[in-house]
Design a protein around this ligand. Structure first.
Ligand code: ZN
Length: 140
């Protein structure tokens, strides 16, 4: 069995760059796919499920995720202040969020608030389409 590697630790200590980490991860995926690596790349590279989520679902850089690991994740929902344990609870990441009129960057929301935000987003989108449709219709 291959010796595990902690790429977030290496990135945080600036032993490797974000690009190096990306290549190492891709290589591990490749080796896992072809049976040369016996454990899943995330486990092999010592990434937690929450860290993998930021990486694969939100596409955040390794250096960003490393910073959260060593300097702390948000511990509550940006919208309702409900406590969030990133390793145990469901959550949604936001690059930028308006909370009571103030912009909050790089934050987590609980799933209930994420649902509300998604609803607002879809409603706004539908309104934009409706306006656009009216505009196009009037021109004819
Ligand atoms: Zn919330």
């Amino acid at each position: 069995m291959q010796k595990k590697r902690d790429i977030l630790d290496e990135v945080y200590k600036k032993i490797i760059t974000d690009d190096d980490a990306r290549l190492i991860f891709e290589e591990a995926q490749y080796e896992f796919h072809y049976g040369k690596l016996e454990i899943a790349p995330g486990l092999y590279l010592k990434l937690s499920f929450a860290e993998l989520t930021l990486l694969l679902l939100y596409g955040l850089p390794y250096s960003f995720i490393a910073k959260w690991r060593y300097e702390g994740w948000p511990t509550s929902c940006a919208m309702c202040d409900k406590p969030i344990d990133a390793d145990l609870d469901g959550w949604s990441f936001s690059r930028s969020l308006k909370v009571r009129g103030v912009e909050v960057k790089d934050t987590l929301t609980c799933l209930k608030c994420a649902d509300v935000l998604a609803g607002i987003f879809m409603k706004r989108r539908a309104e934009t389409f409706r306006k656009l449709h009216k505009k196009i219709f009037k021109k004819r």
